[in-house]
Design a binder for this molecule. Sequence first.
Ligand code: ZN
Ligand code: ZN
Length: 286
Amino acid sequence: MTADETAAAAPPPGEPPAELPVELPVELIDSHAHVDGPEFDADRDAVLARARAAGVRRMIVIGAVGEPTSAERAVALAERDPDIWATVATHPHDVEKMTPAWWDVHERLAVHPRVVAIGETGLDFYYDHSPRQAQADAFVRFVDLARRVGKPVVCHIRDAHAEALEILKETGAAELGGIIHCFTGTPADAAAYVALGFHVSFSGIVTYKSAQPIRDAVKEVPLDRILVETDCPYLAPIPMRGRRNEPSYVVHTARVVAECAGVSLDELARVTVSNTCAVFGLPPTP
Ligand SMILES: [Zn+2]
Ligand SMILES: [Zn+2]
């Protein structure tokens, strides 16, 4: 290459050289991922590598779907990867099937040093896959477990905000701290959880056209209480909607949440990383 050609290839002053990515990834934490699930068995390592390349080095794996093998798998992932932490519980959808043996698994894993919260637990009166009373009973019992092990609770609440707020107040769950994950309530619901001391986590749903009330709810959550998550493999954010969701996609959710909160993506990334570390008691990011 001649000197002239080099000069011609150089970018105009003030622009980055072409070989560097124009937009370096911001650092984010996926605060709620189900990468323990069978949906990722074929390519889990590639998914985790893509997350890291996209700036999502750390994630919280929620071991709560179906049988407690989900909890066991989440803990196993956290044991082998220093950037992954686990939570354990049984999802409100599945609590009807819980046996004493399931509770024993959760009791045993809850004290594991890589388990940073109890969840997801709560109430889902949209699907009603388990009877409402069974959901409420398990929710109370998981909050009690969280209290005994001194860890926060990850709450899954859908179409049951009044009932959930009542349980959270009665059980004093706010003292433990916790997250209302994949928030789908109204701005007033968000304000009520914040007033109780909870963090609120937004998923890809916030990017969907029909989700204006959820975008409005972002404004009710102070910057120091907001988290972002994928809830993968479900709920891929726009522009990935329809695909299997994965942790690297959390940036699309973060971008919309930043817009709603009136801050830059960089600022939203900084505060959500800090909030996620604070609520789960993670060591600060290096
Ligand atoms: Zn959930
Ligand atoms: Zn989940």
